[in-house]
Design a protein around this ligand. Structure first.
Ligand code: UD1
Ligand code: CA
Length: 458
């Protein structure tokens, strides 16, 4: 409808007592992304940046988790209920100049763009619309009450439901997503009361108040659509997480990604995997990671915010975070790439090698038992087993530079800051504290002496 303008209001101030955690419930993660991420992802295509969020419990942490959001956070200092959250936000909603407010519980991470469209489509037809579901277990959901003509008369919270007063339950419950017409609903907000078993102001009481005013109400029935389930407990969280996990993995399989043992593969919602990539379970791939076509990820890898170009071969049991692995590289088994690790074309790292803020040039190798921190390694260099860059003096970090074609012998300590020249060679067992010029060899270890052995006479 062209004359409707909708602002979304996300209710995210509650503590989530049933999660038994000091962390705000909306920051609990599914596939390594906070619950709120999913709510914003569903809202964004419809609302763009017309999104307000009410925060309260752990408010600063919630705001910090979404630093790029252009939209406003509103603080509900005391969490006196969902109706109170609406009251404290209403001025901000009205100021956006919207005709309607789409209110959504922040603990609804499976909600889809399609479901939200079904609600926004009825914007022109009523004063209050909300989504209803008929789940197998109606649990603690608010019950939808209808009169004999099937007209909605109220939403009654489970604990306040009185069979004598409200009649037999219908099985239809409130999903916690509402569309409110600002002109007609605004005046009702001050009438909300907290006379109920929880002593809270309920947003759901708006419905009964609207009926009393003769306003129009619509319940958009979504059947047993599990995408509208709220998350209140650890069990509900992992149920939703499993649903999301299999959706993502199945979509990738359908798109042409070869995923072996798919039920053991976990891929986050922001990860990009190209058709033609091959992944073996168990694997976890999270954050802003990219796996290009022809990249190969072996089993038991944990990956966060990393990029794998086509033709890279990630063997088993690696821990990889914030890394870039270019074409033709080989990693592991048992390697650790930490943030800032860059492997240029055809580079290799092997077992028990750790890289942090370090670049391995084209074709360079560090195949065994090595730490490269704050280090640049030139193309074609070989880093021997047991090489350690000593980059930290207890206070500060210092860089190590290794030129192209250098050869670092096994069990070498490179005490930074230090530069090993192009085509230079370092003898095994050296502790290098001074620069080694291009093309020169350096040995820095005790000279070997051989002494005649005294054997005990028997
Ligand atoms: C709510 C509905 C219930 C519905 C269910 C759907 C009410 C009174 N009940 O119940 O009818 O079936 O959702 O999932 O609304 N919040 C605030 N400030 C507060 C309290 C809560 O922002 O003072 C936020 C929470 O962070 C949460 C959302 O509102 O994201 C819903 O609160 P919650 O306590 O989970 O409500 P439910 O008991 O699930
Ligand atoms: Ca809830």
């Amino acid at each position: 409808m062209s004359d409707t303008k909708i602002t979304a209001l996300v209710l995210a101030a509650g503590k989530g007592t049933r999660m038994h955690s000091s962390k705000a419930k909306v920051l609990q993660t599914l596939l390594n992304e906070p619950m709120l991420h999913y709510v914003y992802a569903a809202l964004k295509p419809i609302m763009q940046d017309n999104i307000l969020t009410v925060v309260g419990h752990d408010a600063e942490a919630v705001q910090r988790a979404f630093p790029d959001r252009k939209t406003k956070f509103i603080t509900q200092d005391e969490q006196l209920g969902t109706g109170h959250a609406l009251q404290v936000s209403w001025d901000a909603v009205v100021k956006t100049g919207a005709t309607h407010c789409l209110v959504i519980n922040g603990d609804t991470p499976l909600v889809t763009v399609d479901a939200l469209h079904r609600l926004t489509n009825v914007a022109g037809c009523c004063d209050v619309a909300f989504m209803t579901i008929t789940p197998r277990d109606t649990g603690a959901f608010g019950r939808v009450v209808r009169d004999p003509e099937r007209r909605i008369t109220a939403i009654v919270e489970a604990k306040d439901y009185d069979l004598n007063r409200h009649g037999p339950v219908t099985g239809e419950v409130n999903a916690g997503v509402y569309l409110l017409k600002i002109d007609t609903i605004g005046p009702l907000l001050s009438k909300l009361k907290n006379e109920n078993k929880s002593g809270e102001y309920y947003i759901t009481d708006i419905v009964e108040l609207a009926v009393q005013e003769g306003l129009t109400i619509d319940g958009v029935q979504c059947g047993d659509d599990i995408s509208l389930m709220g998350i209140n407990s650890p069990r509900e969280l992992v149920t939703a997480e499993n649903t999301l996990r299999s959706q993502i993995v199945n979509d990738l399989l359908d798109a042409g990604v070869l995923i072996h043992n798919p039920e053991t593969v976990i891929i986050g919602p922001k990860v990009r995997v190209e058709p033609g990539a091959e992944i073996f379970g168990h694997c976890e791939i999270y954050g802003n990671s990219t796996v290009e076509a022809e990249a190969h990820l072996g089993s038991y890898n944990y990956i966060l915010n990393s990029t794998f170009e086509g033709g890279s071969d990630i063997r088993q049991f690696n821990h990889i975070e914030g890394a870039i692995v270019c074409k033709g590289c080989r990693v592991g088994p048992y390697a650790r790439l930490r943030p800032g690790a860059v492997m240029e074309r055809d580079a290799r790292i092997g077992n028990f090698v750790e890289m942090k803020k370090a670049t391995l040039g084209e074709g360079a190798k560090a195949n065994h038992l090595t730490y490269l921190g704050d280090t640049e390694v030139g193309a074609g260099s070989n880093i021997g087993a047991g090489t350690i860059t000593c980059n930290y003096d207890g206070k500060n970090k210092f860089p190590t530079t290794i030129g192209e074609g250098a050869f670092i012998g096994s069990n070498t300590a490179l005490v930074a800051p230090v530069t090993i020249g192009k085509d230079a060679l370092v003898g095994a067992g050296s502790t290098i504290t001074k620069d080694v010029p291009d093309g020169q060899g350096a040995v820095a270890r005790g000279r070997q002496i051989n002494i005649k052995r005294r054997l005990k006479k028997s």
